[in-house]
Write a protein that binds this ligand. Structure first.
Ligand SMILES: Cc1cc2nc3c(=O)[nH]c(=O)nc-3n(C[C@H](O)[C@H](O)[C@H](O)COP(=O)(O)O)c2cc1C
Length: 230
């Protein structure tokens, strides 16, 4: 089959587009409004954009009535946000945190999730989440789209603090992804979680491997104290 989005019909009972870009890690983003209300919402249009320095992005559509979402407003107005890893064990809370609530309603209270304070940024972390990135807001790229929801605010942030629970690490010091089972979005109303992994190494260039591995130390030497070369 072939179709041109927005021009020709796909002819299927459900729009296949989102189901073609899978799985998408979930940016479970916590922010605080300038009024001091904590906010939490999942954004599956999320990824890291670089590793040295560490940067992430999430992409927000508009609300069902065409307004900017609270997460974007808060990040832009306060200059910070936090990414929390969404896991299989937290899936119900992830789902509840997606409700379209007014900005004065605290979604931590709504979901029953406990808060941990940010160490560097003024926002709350999901205490039960095994990994969190504290981020400084960098910029928003606004792309026009079809109303009411299609317009998109792509928000970029620099990661200035990384929290990893000790229990989330293997004895060898790697993030134990298979134990954490990070949650990911697929298309329609479908999700998956990471339940298997395998390794592959690019043949040839060892320099390229620093990027594949995501090692800031091997790339530029710009790391914190205590970093060890294997
Ligand atoms: C798993 C999941 C992923 C989502 N991903 C996105 C996304 O990438 N972009 C978006 O605009 N909304 C996404 N949503 C919907 C938002 O979470 C929802 O609009 C939420 O109410 C926004 O809250 P806020 O206004 O507090 O930021 C997602 C919802 C779920 C359940």
């Amino acid at each position: 089959m072939f179709y041109q989005p927005g021009i020709t019909a796909h002819g299927l009972p459900h729009d296949p587009f989102k189901s073609c870009v899978v799985p998408r890690p979930i940016g479970w983003i916590s922010t605080r409004s300038v009024q001091g209300v904590d906010n939490l919402a999942p954004y599956s249009q999320f990824t890291n954009v670089s590793f040295d320095p560490a940067m992430v992005m999430f992409s927000s559509n508009q609300t069902t009535d065409g307004r900017r979402k609270d997460t974007v407003t808060n990040a832009e107005q306060t200059g910070v946000f936090i990414w929390n890893m969404a896991t299989w064990g937290l899936r119900e809370q992830v789902n509840v945190s997606a409700e379209e609530l007014p900005p004065w309603e605290d979604e931590f209270i709504r979901t029953g999730l406990l808060k941990s304070p940010g160490v560097i940024v003024a926002a709350s972390r999901v205490a039960a989440s095994p990994v969190q990135f504290e981020c400084e807001y960098m910029q928003t790229v606004r792309l026009p789209g079809n109303g009411p929801m299609g317009t998109v605010d792509v928000v970029f942030g620099r990661v200035v603090g990384v929290h990893i629970a000790d229990s989330a690490l293997t004895e060898g010091g790697k993030v134990d992804v298979l134990k954490l089972r990070p949650l990911a979005r697929m298309g329609y109303f479908e999700y998956t979680s990471v339940e298997s992994s395998f390794e592959m190494v690019i043949p040839g260039s060892s320099k390229l491997l620093a990027g594949l591995e995501g090692s800031a130390l091997k790339n530029s030497g710009s790391v914190a104290d205590g970093a060890m070369l294997p």
